[in-house]
Write a protein that binds this ligand. Structure first.
Ligand code: ATP
Length: 231
């Protein structure tokens, strides 16, 4: 089976500093992958490399069997929701959908409208007038409606309150299951990830320290510590 993300000795340097070093990953498709690490660990750098927004300084990366960002087919397969500006404050919900339809060959307008109606988002409302939670849900809906095989999200809940974080995570998990979507998203808080993801990457000081299926990691933890599983 094609890996959703495969890297070998991947590294990225800004000036003289390595933001990501010696990164070896091989993640099968179909997972919700959480990427966790403190500020400055290299999370955004790895996500930008996977989305094709940056080129590696060292090593190799393939996403869904292709070179990130290489041509229209590869671009259509991968959705990217950026950290700070995934929506436009001056555009209405409906205008965001029209833009999405123009820019994305696989655009699913019915899916977008249905999801936004379920969320109670008024098509005529400008993104700048929405709450942070609503704006994050709009960005997630736009990402899903591109019908990518992999959706990458950079710290999607960092600015949200606890209730909006939980609602967003719930929506993300449901969308992944419903649309057979692989997901790769980052957070600097493990609590955002523990319920949502089934594959975990821990990045610290530019290096991958832990990577694996959550079930396996928990089994290893329980074996090493003698801890019992919750009933
Ligand atoms: P955060 O949670 O703060 O967003 P991060 O884990 O996403 O952090 P990166 O943004 O990937 O980390 O940054 C990794 C390191 O690379 C940091 O030390 C950062 O200052 C540095 N860095 C990131 N982008 C650049 C750039 N364009 N030029 C120079 N240094 C950069």
């Amino acid at each position: 089976m094609t890996s959703v993300l495969h890297t070998e000795g991947l590294g990225k340097k800004y000036g003289r500093r390595w933001a990501l070093s010696d990164c070896d990953l091989d993640i099968p498709a179909g997972h919700v992958v959480g990427l966790v690490g403190p500020n400055g660990a290299g999370k955004t750098t790895l996500l930008h490399l996977a989305a094709g927004l940056l080129s590696p300084t060292a090593g190799a990366i393939s996403v869904l069997g292709g070179v990130p960002g290489d041509g229209p087919a590869q671009l259509a397969k991968v959705g990217f929701v950026a950290q700070d500006t995934p929506t436009y404050a001056g555009l209405t919900v409906a205008e965001h959908l029209r833009l999405g339809a123009r820019l994305n060959p696989r655009w699913d307008d019915a899916l977008a409208r249905d999801r936004l109606a379920r969320l109670g988002l008024d098509p005529d409302r400008r993104a700048g007038k929405m709450s942070g939670g609503q704006r994050a849900q709009l960005a997630l809906t736009l990402g899903i409606a591109k019908r990518p095989d992999l959706l990458i999200l950079d710290e999607p809940v960092a600015a949200l309150d606890p209730l909006a974080r939980r609602e967003f995570m719930q929506g993300l998990m449901e969308a992944a299951a419903e649309h057979e979507l692989s997901v790769l998203f980052s957070s600097h808080l493990i609590s955002d990830l523990e319920r949502a993801c089934d594959y975990l990457i821990v990045l610290v000081d530019s290096r991958v320290r832990v990577a694996g299926e959550v079930e396996e990691l928990l089994s290893t933890h329980h074996r090493l510590t003698g801890a019992r599983r919750d009933p």
